[in-house]
Design a protein around this ligand. Structure first.
Ligand code: CP
Ligand code: NVA
Length: 306
């Protein structure tokens, strides 16, 4: 049995296999061929943070695969009142077939997985958001920018940056990360990624100048400057991230035909300009829809590993 906690635990071949499976299920679904491989299965979804895409995509995806999804917010279950993680894991995994968790501390997810009898999926922690990267890479394949990709990430060194680091390191593409001083990626994650990159041939560069990162890139991406849990820092961050907004002018430095990605939700006028986001609405909302398809691939793949 496998869990899906970070991309670090997966090989390049496995990551590509999951995405390919998602693409196949997507193609079939659009043609009216319904894969009901998870019939009679239940996915428990524990949310300790807000969500639009993650909740809708997992719940809909499980339904489309013939199963059922349970939405469990920490306001509704005893976990939110102090029932130990390990007890919650033992109870839920005795009745459900898979568990998705969105939480703060990555260690909570690891503890849950250690006591779970069924696969656990990371639906976002403070450290990583790996299911988002499955959808992002699927979108890069569909929009023809996966080959020889040079990805520039401009903004906060956060769970998305860490996940891009792992994806680049595993798949072997070039990733440049530009963050303001004081908002760099965690050194431990960077060291791990650089270590993995030695084998895959990935080129990973971290810097503070967004223009240097974007120059010649084939994909440019960003994320909110204040992640969930950092609401109190929002005003300070808006000051500290001046000059880091991805807009049309910045995109001019990228390769001709370069694509823009955003995991959403987007804060227009902060990490991305209104105009750039609207100009790239086709790819950005395809990326959001691909959450559904990529995660269907993931759930079917995890089910096959038991
Ligand atoms: N991108 C993403 O995970 O969106 P939600 O927070 O809406 O789930
Ligand atoms: N970095 C963001 C991602 C949201 C999908 C957050 O953690 O809030």
């Amino acid at each position: 049995m496998r869990h899906f906690l970070t991309l670090k635990d997966f090989t390049k071949e496995e990551i590509l296999e999951i995405i390919a499976l998602g693409l196949k299920i997507k193609k079939d679904f659009k043609a009216g061929i319904y894969n009901k491989e998870l019939e009679m299965q239940t996915l428990a979804m524990i949310f300790e943070k807000s969500s639009t895409r993650t909740r809708v995509s997992f719940e809909t995806g499980m339904f489309q695969l013939g199963g059922h999804a349970l939405f469990l917010s920490n306001r509704d279950i005893h976990l939110g009142r102090g029932e130990p993680v390990k007890d919650t894991a033992r109870v839920i995994s005795s009745m459900c077939d898979m568990v998705m968790i969105r939480t703060y501390e990555h260690s909570m997810l690891e503890e849950f997985a250690a006591y779970s009898k069924v696969p656990v999926i990371n639906g976002l922690t403070d450290a990583y958001h790996p299911v988002q990267l499955l959808a992002d890479y699927m979108t890069m394949i569909e929009f023809g920018v996966a080959e020889n990709a040079v990805v520039a990430y401009v903004g906060d060194g956060n769970n998305m940056t860490n996940s891009w680091l792992m994806l680049a390191a595993k798949l072997g593409f070039e990733l440049r990360i530009a963050t303001p001083k004081g908002y760099e990626v965690e050194s431990k994650v960077l060291r791990d990624a650089l270590d993995i990159a030695k084998k895959s041939g990935a080129v990973i560069k971290v810097m503070n100048d967004p223009k240097e990162a974007v120059r010649g890139a084939s994909v440019v991406t960003t994320d909110t400057w204040a992640s969930m849990g950092q609401e109190d820092e929002k005003e300070q961050r808006i000051q500290d991230f001046k000059g880091y907004m991805v807009d049309g002018l910045m995109m001019c430095l990228a390769q001709k035909g370069a694509k823009f990605l955003h995991c959403l939700p987007a804060y227009r006028g902060q990490e991305v300009s209104e105009e750039l986001l609207e100009d790239n609405a086709d790819i950005v909302f395809a990326e959001a829809e691909n959450r559904l398809h990529a995660q269907k691939g993931l759930m079917v793949w995890l089910d096959k590993q038991r």
